[in-house]
Design a protein around this ligand. Structure first.
Ligand code: TPP
Length: 348
């Protein structure tokens, strides 16, 4: 089984200018939300820790943008806030959730990106890596059994590819040619373990052993990520089975706000800081006539308004802590709510 050529993964002219602006807006928003949240964390307003995806904004934003409304995004992980933003999760609710305020995402029960929103087709994450791979395979099975033209997409990091469930999910998805897209965020580090200590054979090459098509793209280029995922989704819906898209990037912060990442070679960080996805795509968009400064100011203002709204919201009521622990009703079907799901003009 051949590794997909990069040329296959990129489709020219898929994106319209409105899509490109949408990608940039959501990347800016992800950066702005997380930078602001890190400040709130340092002010003691966010309990636990805070995890961010600095340097990885292109991946979750562009991968989710390539989906259609009915597709399920399975478990955006700790670096994938962009997926929630593209699906239309309210900014103030995100801050309320981070700070344990009353909110519809978690009612104050959880922190960072441990939330989902079924109405938006987003399945909340389970922390154990890479359990959501198996959940994505299950979703893809359900879509197949119901005859629905939908695909599932899930994210995971390089560290997750060494765990047993990863292999089971890959094998099962390939065997049944399930409509699922696996997005590997190869950000060079799994906590303090560099990829050189993580695997002898790159997962893209391992995928061939399972009979899965795979490709590697520049994870700091949203257009490259979009092209690859768009192509993978088309394969999934055509019954051609799963695709593994490896997006190569760099984790630019510690594992979480509590981690100063002193174990990372500073030269690696310096090199990748010259490849910041927002700087690069912003420059490309300026070349296409976009007013990136104005867009960024607009996003910053929206984020600040969301922070103020969240700070004005009371803390969640501890008396409700055990509500919803056991299921009392049939859950809503996945993805029937009000969100516009994807910004991709051609997909909806
Ligand atoms: C089975 C399991 N072991 C350990 C952890 C703790 N943990 C959370 S994230 C993480 C590192 C994951 O690295 P990677 O998959 O490369 O993703 P990244 O954090 O680099 O984005 C670890 C060890 C976990 N969540 N699950």
């Amino acid at each position: 089984m051949a590794v997909l050529e990069l040329a296959d993964a990129r489709e020219p002219d898929l994106l319209q200018d409105a899509d490109r602006l949408g990608l940039l807006r959501h990347m800016l928003a992800m950066r702005a939300v997380e930078e602001r949240a890190l400040k709130l964390y340092k002010q003691g307003r966010i309990p636990g820790s805070m995890y961010d995806g600095r340097g990885q904004e292109a991946i979750s934003v562009a991968a989710t943008w390539a989906l259609a409304g009915a597709d399920a995004v399975c478990s955006p992980l700790i670096r994938d806030l962009g997926a929630h933003l593209v699906r239309g999760t309210d900014l103030a609710d995100i801050f309320r959730h981070y700070m344990g305020r009353r909110n519809p995402l978690s009612q104050g029960r959880e922190g960072n990106v441990h939330f989902g929103d079924r109405r938006r087709g987003v399945v909340g994450m389970v922390s154990m890596l890479p359990d959501m791979m198996v959940v994505a395979v299950g979703l893809a099975m359900a879509f197949r059994m119901r005859g629905e033209q939908r695909c599932a997409l899930t994210f995971f990091g390089d560290g997750a590819t060494s765990r047993g469930d990863w292999h089971e999910a890959m094998n099962w998805a390939a065997l049944d040619k399930l409509p699922v897209v696996f997005v590997l965020e190869n950000n060079q580090m799994a906590y303090s373990t560099p990829t050189a200590r993580q695997f002898a054979v790159d997962p893209v090459h391992r995928a061939a052993g399972y009979g899965i098509q795979a490709c590697t793209v520049d994870g700091n280029d949203p257009e490259a990520v979009f092209g690859a995922v768009w192509h993978a989704r088309r394969r999934a819906l055509a019954g051609e089975g799963p695709t593994l898209v490896e997006a190569v990037t760099m984790r630019m912060h510690g594992h979480g706000a509590h981690d100063d990442a002193r174990y990372v070679d500073p030269e690696l960080v310096r090199t990748w800081s010259l490849r910041d996805p927002i700087d690069l795509f912003g420059a490309r968009m300026r070349g296409r006539g976009a007013d990136v400064v104005a867009l960024s100011a607009e996003v910053d203002a929206e984020v600040e308004a969301a922070v103020q709204a969240a700070l004005a919201t009371p803390m969640a009521d501890p008396a409700t802590a055990t509500d919803g622990v056991f299921c009392t009703a049939e859950p809503e079907p996945l993805g029937t709510g009000p969100s516009r799901y994807s910004g991709y003009a051609g997909a909806a």
